[in-house]
Design a protein. Structure first.
Length: 495
């Protein structure tokens, strides 16, 4: 596996490297001017950069939306005014031209959100602000036809604003009526946005369980069906994918703490599950404890493996203690469905201080989430686990819990795991239980004519075809003797 930094210009169906005195295909954002920067690689070959200004006004925070084409050439730019504390949380593409983009407070707190509709071709933009209540939470949205499904907790508190909203193009808001303790596990738009499916978990009360919500453009009512898992498990998180026979597969992680805390950043997972939804119910629902994995024990010490296996033989409840962040996207490859997840733990350090009487005390300071391993597992159409594999990724420490390791499928049966950290791309290629290429390290020279003094928050994202985008913060020292701080985006290709 080789990594190329794209230089000069790029042909759509190939790669041509220009003379080394040309700069890489790169976008820089001055971090002195802009505080938060997000890059969204869209499937249709467009690249979106969202950035907020450092200076805030009494009216809110100024954001800028910049749209680039596949050659990193700017196509359009829009200015946005948003309430303080708002960040981009969800986006959807409708067809090949309409981008729906939602901003809200972290975690959807208070239920307030700003929704934008941006025509990527014409540049026309429309927005709608909805003010939440103290107890409501905005979780996300889906698009079906001219309807926008808004979901979250206690959304009924803002129902009047949704129902009475006057919007162009015949667009209207709708929202699911969830139980008081209902949580949307995942959602998916189907049939060219003519249908949307929500999987909802209710964890308290007489109606506890898993439910299937279906919206269509053909009727106004929502269809709701109970999903019988047949197993006393708690669904931590999950994703929907369309199987080769047109049915839906729900895959994710679970534990046995039914009725307890379900937040994925606080609980330990016991394993993975897969359920096939046919005629609004599970045709099957299967679980795989991590103890059943073939390769996952390699992430533990020999002593830990021995102790866990002994406890398992004695019939005791065994947990590998994995806190897991499951990737939202399920990969499809040669009739198999590949689930990716990152194991992590919160990392702290202690600082000593003295009070007014001279007594010393210690404060616990949160350093971030330490990613330890990326785990991949593949399942067939009947829900059987076919293989599993992993890659160590302990270099990654992020303040926010997010997907840090990129997992993608090659044309053959290979799966590549990769992440970007401190100027290096680390990657490992596997084929089922076998290792094709061991974990390797490739130095990436993202700047020509400048020295990189420091770098942090590195990330790699798949854009389209064999093209990927590296990003992060860099402090640069130029040939003119000046320092500058930038958030950068670099275009690369794997071979």
């Amino acid at each position: 596996m080789r990594v190329f930094v794209l230089i000069g210009f790029m042909f759509l169906f190939g790669l041509e490297l220009q003379a080394q005195n040309n700069n890489p295909m790169r976008i820089e954002v001055d971090s002195r001017t802009y505080e938060d920067v997000y890059g969204l690689p869209l499937d249709n070959g467009n690249f979106l950069i969202l950035k907020s200004e450092n200076r805030h006004s009494n009216n809110g925070v100024n954001w800028v939306l910049d749209l680039y084409d596949s050659s990193f050439k700017k196509k359009n730019s829009k200015k946005l005014l948003l309430p303080r504390g708002f960040t981009p949380v969800k986006y959807r593409i409708n067809g090949d031209s309409i981008l729906w983009l939602a901003y809200s407070e972290e975690g959807g707190a208070k239920g307030s959100f700003m929704l934008y509709r941006f025509n990527l071709h014409s540049g026309l933009m429309w927005s709608k602000y909805v003010k939440g209540s103290r107890k409501s939470v905005f979780s996300g949205f889906e698009i079906i036809g001219n309807r926008i499904i808004i979901f979250g907790e206690k959304i009924e508190d803002i129902a009047d604003q949704l129902i009475e909203s006057k919007m162009p193009f015949g667009i209207e808001f709708i929202y699911p009526t969830l139980s008081k303790y209902g949580e949307v596990i995942t959602s998916l738009s189907l049939d060219n946005n003519e249908k949307a499916v929500l999987i909802v978990e209710v964890d308290k009360g007489n109606n506890s369980g898993l439910y299937y919500f279906e919206y269509t453009t053909a009727k106004d009512e929502v269809d709701i069906y109970a999903l019988e898992t047949g197993s006393p498990v708690n669904i931590i998180d999950g994703s929907l994918v369309i199987s080769d026979d047109g049915s839906l597969l729900l895959l994710g992680t679970f534990n046995y703490n039914v009725g307890r805390e379900t937040s994925s950043d606080k609980v330990v997972a016991n394993g993975t599950f897969i359920g096939k939804v046919v005629n609004k119910d599970f045709q099957f629902f299967k679980t795989n404890e991590f103890l059943e994995y073939r390769n996952i024990f390699a992430t533990l010490t020999a002593n830990e493996q021995k102790q866990l296996k002994q406890k398992h033989k004695q019939g005791k409840e065994v947990s590998l203690g994995f806190k897991m962040l499951t990737h939202k996207k399920v990969l499809k490859q040669r009739g198999l469905y590949v689930v990716s997840a990152e194991t992590y733990y919160p990392e702290y350090h202690y600082e000593s201080s003295f009070d007014s009487r001279g007594y010393m005390y210690q404060n616990q300071v949160f350093d971030g989430y330490r990613t330890t391993n990326c785990i991949v597992s593949a399942y067939n159409e009947t829900g059987d686990m076919v293989w599993d594999n992993y890659m160590h990724s302990s270099e990654i420490l992020e303040f926010n819990l997010q997907e840090s390791v990129l997992v993608f499928a090659e044309a053959d049966s290979n799966i590549v795991m990769a992440y970007y950290h401190d100027g290096n791309v680390y990657s490992k290629t596997v084929s089922g239980n076998d290792i094709v290429f061991k974990k390797s390290e490739d130095k990436i020279e993202t700047v020509l004519g400048n020295s990189i003094l420091s770098e942090r928050y590195g990330r790699i994202q798949h854009w389209y075809d064999s093209y990927f985008v590296l990003s992060g913060y860099q402090v640069l020292y130029g040939t003119n003797g000046e320092k500058k701080k930038v958030f950068f985006f670099n275009l690369i290709s794997f071979e």
